[in-house]
Ligand binder design. Structure first.
Ligand SMILES: CC(C)(COP(=O)(O)OP(=O)(O)OC[C@H]1O[C@@H](n2cnc3c(N)ncnc32)[C@H](O)[C@@H]1OP(=O)(O)O)[C@@H](O)C(=O)NCCC(=O)NCCS
Length: 136
């Protein structure tokens, strides 16, 4: 994925996951520069639209997958599975030993995908968070 894909990817994520204030074009641009060759898009033909996109990177310690979505009419064809393989390989090459993903509990279908893909839910951890900006 590069910044040329931003508009379409952001639209896809917005429709399927929702966007956060960290998903502006500037913010994603900085993220892609900091995490090169770790995020991917899927097109079924070079001239066609984007049907899937994954945003992934690391903080030097753990890998993270932030956004993964596939267009509704192209699901269950292995697109997400292959996008995850690409990001996973890139994170492995970067030396990461673990990849984390936070899931919205209101999206049970996503849990099905991760559990059926070999990921496991950590029962021992809860994530805590604080906003560093008034608007978040
Ligand atoms: C979750 C999502 C990315 C899966 O995309 P996909 O391209 O359809 O997934 P794949 O075809 O690669 O699925 C691979 C395997 O995952 C499992 N899987 C996929 N979707 C599933 C679902 N809804 N429920 C249970 N298992 C599922 C299946 O085992 C599947 O293999 P199979 O088709 O041979 O049974 C897609 O449904 C989506 O975009 N959902 C909305 C956004 C979202 O929730 N994203 C994830 C949170 S970051």
């Amino acid at each position: 994925m590069n910044l040329d894909h931003y508009d379409e990817a952001a639209q896809l994520w917005k429709e399927n996951l929702g966007l956060s204030p960290n998903d502006t074009k500037d913010s994603i641009s900085a993220y892609l520069k900091r995490n090169q060759n770790m995020s991917y898009i899927c097109k079924l033909d070079p001239e066609g639209g984007l049907v899937g996109a994954i945003l992934a990177g690391h903080d030097g310690r753990h890998g993270y997958i932030y956004h993964l979505a596939v267009k509704k009419d192209h699901r269950r064809k292995g697109i997400a599975k292959n996008l995850v393989i690409l990001s996973k390989e890139a994170l492995q090459i970067a030396g990461m030993l673990r990849i984390n993903i936070g899931l919205d509990r209101s999206s049970p279908e996503a849990a099905g995908f991760w559990l059926n893909s070999g990921w496991r839910k950590l029962e021992s951890l809860d994530f805590y968070s604080i906003s560093l900006k008034d608007s978040e």
